[in-house]
Design a protein around this ligand. Structure first.
Ligand SMILES: [Zn+2]
Length: 417
């Protein structure tokens, strides 16, 4: 098959997979869900905080960052973005770094206010992502807390910053801890969703409280217990991940304040510029119906459910897709010998980037570590010129498998191979 034929097929399969319900089979669960409690290395955490703070300025802005540390303590940060670098993107980074250069007494507040000054579209997106499963989650959580044997201990140990939570949302005398935590969830729901269950406008939301609660609840012990014992791991794990992502707008500020106080102005930064999007948009040649029905085994096994799954996949299917080299890969290909082997990213690595980087690490003896993510399919993934034939084949194969597994899973058929 010609290279562009492969790219088209890849984009088609990624689009179909993206439109279907997520796969809950254990071997398909990403580290973000299964390895929740392994702490990230400090440098990776700082890069992630920085990527989050820069990315929040744009609607769907995906930023990744690497860092070099010279022996004299001077840091150099390299930033990359998915798609075309706009003046807004550059402006957001410039404003943030200006503040980070001068750590003052009220450093966290200064960081928070500069981020807020350019952050609206990104905040809106982040809230919509959490709003989508929130109603269903809170209803289920109330049920699980009542019916499962989830115990809660002293409130001081249940949340990352219990004292501050209690100061903001006082716990009435005599109310059990479990009930109090359930009430915090209901507060979060009421803050984000209106009476009809739709996401509120950003102007109606107290973002300070919402980001704070998101950070606290995603880090709560209840979540950990729930995840260990619950059958709905994919759902629980992905809500926790999405909520933690929203909470990062709160936690990134203290992370940055701490990290940049130590760096104390001794840094510079640059953008990767030479990897603009691959120019022409790719035209899809097949519709979801043809793609899904191209597999005879699937056609036979999932017959009755196919119309519904095809409809789901068709909903967000686009005729044209603009491909680009994703930021994580731009950074790896532009890395210097003294670049630390960490890539912090604002939205996390996608399914194909994860496969490509795993292969790169294996082939080159490299040790790139990335931010954890849900490793979701992203149809904008463009094949980097410097890829081995093998990795292109592996990615093509894995994406096809994942897509048909998602179809089989969506149809309630457990085994597909
Ligand atoms: Zn990617």
């Amino acid at each position: 098959m010609s290279p562009s034929g492969t790219s088209t097929q890849l984009a088609e399969h990624l689009q179909v997979a993206k439109g279907l319900p997520p796969i809950t089979k254990r071997q398909w669960l990403p580290g973000a869900i299964t390895e929740q409690d392994i702490p990230l290395p400090e440098d990776l955490k700082l890069l992630e905080d920085l990527a989050v703070a820069v990315a929040i300025g744009g609607d769907n802005r995906d930023v990744a960052i690497t860092m070099e540390k010279a022996t004299d303590g001077v840091h150099h940060f390299t930033l990359a973005i998915k798609g075309r670098l706009s003046r807004d993107d550059e402006d957001a980074a410039r404003r943030l770094f200006e503040v980070l250069r001068m750590p003052r007494e009220d450093f966290p507040n200064q960081i928070r206010s500069v981020v807020r000054s350019y952050a609206n579209p990104g905040m809106e997106t982040a809230i919509r992502v959490v709003a989508e499963p929130l109603d269903e989650f809170v209803i289920k959580l109330d049920y699980w807390l009542e019916n499962d044997s989830i115990r809660c201990g002293n409130i001081k140990n249940e949340l990352p910053s219990s004292d501050e939570v209690l100061a903001r949302f006082p716990k009435p005398e005599g109310v059990p801890v479990k009930e109090y935590i359930a009430s915090l969830w209901n507060t979060l729901r009421a803050s984000i969703l209106d009476e009809n269950g739709s996401a509120r406008q950003l102007s109606q939301i107290n973002t300070d409280n919402v980001f704070f609660l998101a950070a606290q609840l995603s880090g709560s012990r209840v979540f950990r217990r729930l995840f260990k014992g619950n059958m709905e791991k994919q759902f629980v794990g992905s809500v926790r991940y999405k909520l933690a992502t929203l909470g990062r707008y709160w936690t990134c500020v203290s992370g940055l304040a701490h990290g940049f106080r130590l760096i104390d102005g001794r840094f510079d930064y640059s953008w990767v510029r030479e990897m603009q999007p691959l120019e022409n948009a790719l035209k899809m040649t097949r519709c979801p119906r043809d793609i899904i029905q191209s597999n005879q085994q699937i056609r036979m096994a999932c017959r009755r459910q196919l119309p519904y799954l095809i409809e789901l996949a068709t909903k967000q299917y686009k005729e044209d897709v603009a491909l680009s080299i994703h930021p994580e890969i731009q950074l790896i290909l532009n890395a210097e010998s003294d670049t630390a082997p960490y890539i912090g990213s604002s939205t996390g690595t996608c399914f194909c980037c994860k496969l490509w980087i795993d292969d790169y690490n294996k082939r080159m003896g490299a040790k790139w570590e990335m931010s954890r993510s849900l490793e979701q399919p992203d149809e904008t993934w463009g094949v980097p010129g410097q890829s081995s034939d093998d990795v292109v084949k592996i990615i093509d194969h894995e994406v096809t498998e994942m897509m048909f597994t998602a179809v089989a899973h969506g149809a309630g058929v457990l085994e597909y191979n």
